[in-house]
Structure formats: structure tokens, C-alpha cells
Design a protein around this ligand. Structure first.
Ligand code: ADP
Ligand code: MN
Length: 274
């Protein structure tokens, strides 16, 4: 793991996971030996060149910017950097027990037999997020493109600029406009855009996000991107409607705080499901 700011130089000198750095990461309970091996494999396969600075440290996962450097074949000098995002699910976290309820009743994962085995369980969540991202992508919804999944490591498209800075979460967005009215209009449009996204997620992907809030939506140039879909549930889940109501409630509360004259919960629910 590089501390960031690296990414120049010669191919032969590029930073792999050094012993010392890997040990530190292991101490931080992020990379255990197996996870470390997966990262090294992704480096060897040239899916990424290294793990760079951590974008987010969450309860269940950390997200890293993972650059892939390109080199000139002749001279070996670096010609460019292409960023990817690596979401590494933590294998030593108890809060996953909590998430059992999301799995229960969902036949896609009913036969996992993962209960009591943390590593297997974490793998299930990563798998679920990967598959859900595939579903969103096939439906043409704005979200990261899933690139590869290996055990608890999910490699996906990086939603950010060319320098490795992730797009802001909707929570942190400050819209610019010519006046207050213009800004209010933009917030309203984002609200409508999001309701459309949730509706397509429901009808085309046949999924409910189940953890939707201003924290799990990224924003860039008037476009909203859905992320963090590991807990999203299908229509066959007994609590689908409960999760949907909760999602819509969160969204409504956020946009109301932004001054949007939001629709009533019932109206929104009917719009999404009808
Ligand atoms: P968690 O389960 O920890 O909430 P998320 O999937 O929500 O994990 O990711 C945490 C944060 O990492 C997000 O809020 C976002 O800032 C960043 N992030 C996640 N995926 C990407 C991505 N594909 N591109 C850029 N940033 C991302
Ligand atoms: Mn999240």
C-alpha cells in the first residue's frame, strides 16, 4: 500500500506491497495474509499497479484508490495512470452478524451455509455487491462498473477524476448556481432524477437498495451514481417494501433539508412501485 503521491517512475521500480507496509496494513486489520495475496495477484495480472490512499474506512469495508500505470514498451517510462476502486471487505468484523437479516428469506443466497463462518460470510457480501452492480450496469443505471471479484476484494470502476479524487457523496455536495432559485431548481431536479433511478432499480433490476441515503450516492456534473449495493434485496425478500419505504423516507428527509418541496411518502412509494 502506497501512502499516495507515488505513481511516477520506471516499471521495474513500481511499488508492490512491501513487507513493512503489508505488516502495517495487517496490524490495522485491513489486509490479512489472504487478502494481501489477492491484491498481489491483481497486481501480477496488471488489473491494478498498487493500492493507493484509502478513500474510505467503513465498518465493514475499506475503499482504496487503485491506480493502474501504463508504460511505454520501448523505454519503460510511465505514460499514464488509470484509476480503479478496490473495496476490501473486512474479514474480522462482527457487525456482519447484523446483516444476516438481509440474507434471510432471499432464495438467491439461502443455501449459503455461511452462518458462523465469518470469512465465508464476508465473501457472500462481496459477491452480492458484485452481482448487484452487474444488474445495475445491465440496466444502464449510473453506478461503478464491476471489474473483478476475488473473495473479499471487489475491484470496480473508479468514480472520480483522473488524479484519484473520488466524486463527492451527495451529502457533501455544494451546488453552484447564478442565484438561490437556480440552486433550488437544481436540487429539485436531482430529487426527480433519484426517484427515477430508484424506480428503474425497482422495475428493471428488480432490486431495492436497502441502504439508500445521501451517503451512498455520488455526484458529478448533475449525475447521481448509486453505490454500496451489497445489502440490496430482490422482490422475493419478505421485507422488500419495508426497506423501500425506509430508502424513500431517507431521500425525502435529505431533499427537504435542501429546501425541495418533496412529494408525500405514499405518493413516492406509488410512483416507484406502480
Ligand atoms: P461502506 O460499506 O463502507 O459504506 P461504500 O461502498 O459506501 O462502503 O463506499 C464508501 C465510500 O467509498 C463512498 O462513500 C465513496 O466515497 C467511496 N467509494 C466507494 N466506491 C467508490 C467508487 N467506485 N469510486 C469512487 N469512490 C468510491
Ligand atoms: Mn456506504
Amino acid at each position: 500500500i502506497a501512502d499516495g503521491g507515488s505513481g511516477t517512475g520506471h516499471k521495474d521500480n513500481k511499488t508492490h506491497l512491501g513487507r513493512e507496509k503489508a505488516d502495517r496494513a495487517t496490524r490495522d486489520q485491513v489486509l490479512d495474509k489472504r487478502t494481501e495475496a489477492i491484491i498481489e495477484h491483481m497486481v501480477r495480472k496488471e488489473l491494478i499497479s498498487e493500492l493507493q490512499g484509502v478513500i474510505s474506512t467503513g465498518k465493514e469495508a475499506n475503499v482504496y484508490a487503485a491506480p493502474l500505470y501504463t508504460y511505454d514498451d520501448e523505454t519503460g517510462t510511465q505514460t499514464g495512470t488509470h484509476y480503479r476502486a478496490a473495496k476490501i471487505y473486512k474479514t474480522s468484523i462482527l457487525s456482519f452478524v447484523d446483516r444476516e437479516r438481509y440474507i434471510t428469506g432471499e432464495h438467491r443466497f439461502r443455501n449459503g451455509g455461511h452462518k458462523g463462518n465469518n470469512r465465508k460470510m464476508v465473501k457472500k457480501w462481496a459477491e452480492k455487491e458484485f452481482r448487484n452492480l452487474q444488474r445495475l450496469n445491465r440496466a444502464g443505471l449510473a453506478c461503478p462498473y464491476p471489474i473483478q471479484l476475488k473473495a473479499n476484494v471487489l475491484l470496480m470502476e473508479f468514480l472520480g477524476d483522473g488524479q484519484g479524487h473520488a466524486y463527492p457523496r451527495l451529502r457533501d455536495v455544494e451546488l453552484e448556481g447564478v442565484d438561490d432559485n437556480d440552486i433550488a431548481q437544481q436540487w429539485r431536479q436531482l430529487y426527480i432524477q433519484l426517484l427515477g433511478l430508484v424506480r428503474r432499480l425497482y422495475h428493471v433490476c428488480r432490486l431495492v437498495h436497502a441502504d439508500l441515503s445521501e451517503y451512498n450516492i455520488l455526484y458529478h456534473e448533475h449525475v447521481l451514481y448509486l453505490i454500496d449495493v451489497s445489502q440490496s434485496v430482490g422482490h422475493d425478500h419478505p421485507q422488500t417494501f419495508d426497506f423501500l419505504r425506509m430508502d424513500l423516507h431517507n431521500i425525502g428527509a435529505f431533499f427537504r433539508r435542501k429546501g425541495v418541496d418533496t412529494l408525500r411518502d405514499r405518493t413516492v412509494f406509488e410512483f416507484v412501485t406502480s
